[in-house]
Design a protein around this ligand. Structure first.
Ligand code: SDX
Length: 428
């Protein structure tokens, strides 16, 4: 492999170094391009071919369907670790010792109370407000109540800020759901584990004791692990670029929540369930919806299918599909929508349009079926995605700041009007 790439413009040659990652990914380092060529830049809408950074957090290979957090396979982590263990791994780079994990869990618990005035902000939202908009606002509001968490210069400040957001975010998630359902807000029970208490805060009723269900706890723990990070996806890139302006962690994460909300991104898990329900209401005719998805005149897309990077099965979708079967069986839930999903997937996987474009089920295709079987409202599905992605956003923001990355400021190619003189209104 040569060490440089050569670019020729108007007969003049320019050499740029090649950088090779630990998994042998090769990139052309064009940091000096504009200066060396007297103003030539590149253009790559959606950054399909452009790396924004070097990162040591998550590796994925879209062609082979590989996903690893800090070198550990997603399959092993989903089976053998718990969510806070994986969060620690992503954020601090190594699997924690038992002592480190116990301390992390205790420090997060210590920070899992939010200022009571947050309730005044929640009260101001209409019940019809989408939970992702509420969550983004509440997360940004955390800055107002924790101003010391904005400029995290020391490792100690960073650790404290990590524990603050890891402790308070599940409370905001639970309160967002309960407000919509008209239920009183609570903190659950601090003697419970992280995921147990999320379920307790979300589902406990004021007039009866909440009964923990290990099936739900294990399913949610696994789903949170599977959503925890995914290298430079849309919402993570948003968190990084907002943080590159030295905006605080909570406000940066708030922007990531807004990016995740989009139906082409994290909002797809809600859109998948709505699509499957529409197919069911329409008589279950999956072929009709497949035809719509292939019709260029029709804006309809098969939600939960396709991926910017995976041109093979999304490894997370494989794990979630198995989990969906297990959870529904354990809960004794017969969900016809799961059968429709499986029928749609098998049709798409043998359809020339999808095969040619390498469109496979992604992480969002089956996850909503599990969330629904757990009693989570469909509008909360993307909020659950955000709950899982939180440690990934933190890890990526921390890495970007530790590496002192420059403020993100892409260039453009101007295609507007050339210079022209002002025209008085009577002459327009
Ligand atoms: C997530 O990046 C990440 O890592 C994201 C994520 C994470 O963990 O953070 O993995 C989470 O966002 C998963 C993706 C969830 N979104 C959806 O399920 C929405 C449906 N999928 C698509 O909208 C689409 O596949 C994207 C947005 C996911 C990817 O779009 P790309 O890479 O820009 O692909 P494209 O739009 O250029 O499509 C290529 C071709 C086009 O057809 P042609 O112009 O070549 O004829 O494939 C077609 C598209 O029309 N196509 C689809 C399709 N997805 C792509 N056709 C029908 N249904 C689809 N779902």
């Amino acid at each position: 492999m040569s060490k440089t790439a050569t670019l020729e413009i108007d007969g003049k040659k320019y050499e740029f170094p090649l950088i090779v990652g630990t998994e042998n990914e090769v990139a052309i380092d064009i940091k000096t391009l504009r200066g060396a060529t007297g103003g030539v830049t590149t253009i790559d809408p959606g950054y399909k071919n452009t790396g924004a950074c070097e990162s040591a957090i998550t590796f994925l290979n879209g062609e082979e369907g590989i996903l690893r957090y800090r070198g550990y396979s997603i399959e092993e982590l989903a089976e053998k670790a718990d969510f806070l263990e994986v969060a620690y791994l992503l954020i601090f780079g190594e699997l924690p010792t038992q002592q480190e994990l116990d301390k992390f869990k205790a420090d997060i618990k210590e920070e899992s109370v939010v200022d009571d005035d947050i309730k005044k902000i929640i009260d101001a939202f209409p019940k019809a407000a989408h939970p992702m908009g509420v969550l983004s606002s509440l997360t940004s509001a955390l800055t107002a109540f924790n101003p010391e968490a904005v400029n995290v210069d020391s490792e100690e400040d960073m650790y404290k800020t990590v524990c603050k957001i890891m402790g308070k975010f599940p409370v905001l998630v639970a309160w967002t759901m309960r407000k919509k359902k008209g239920l009183p807000l609570n903190y659950g029970d601090s003697s419970l584990g992280y995921v147990e208490n999320i379920l307790q805060m979300m589902f406990s009723k004021p007039n009866e004791d909440y009964k923990q269900n290990d099936i739900l706890v294990n399913a949610l723990d696994k789903l949170l692990i599977l959503h925890a990070d995914h290298e430079q996806n849309c919402s993570t890139s948003t968190v990084r670029i907002v943080g590159s302006a030295h905006t605080g962690l909570f406000a940066s994460i708030s922007s990531g929540i807004s990016a995740l909300w989009g139906p082409l991104h994290g909002g797809a898990n809600q859109a998948v369930l709505e699509m499957l329900e529409a197919i069911k209401e329409d008589g279950g005719d999956t072929k009709k919806f497949m035809a719509k998805a292939k019709d260029k005149e029709d804006p309809f897309r098969l939600m939960g299918f396709g991926h910017r990077v995976y041109k093979n099965f999304d490894p997370r979708a494989k794990i979630i599909k198995v989990a969906a079967d297990e959870v529904l069986a354990d809960l004794g839930v017969e969900d016809p929508v799961l059968d429709i999903a499986k029928g749609l997937a098998s049709e798409a996987l043998s359809d020339e349009y999808f095969v040619k474009r390498k469109l496979y089920p992604n992480v969002d295709f089956y996850s909503g079926i599990i969330y629904r079987s757990m009693g989570i409202p469909v509008e909360m599905f993307t909020v659950m995605f955000a709950l899982g992605r939180l440690p990934g956003w933190i890890a990526q923001w921390k890495e970007m700041r530790a590496r002192k990355e420059p403020i993100g400021r892409p260039r453009q190619v101007y295609i507007g009007e050339n210079h022209r003189a002002f025209k008085a209104v009577e002459k327009r």
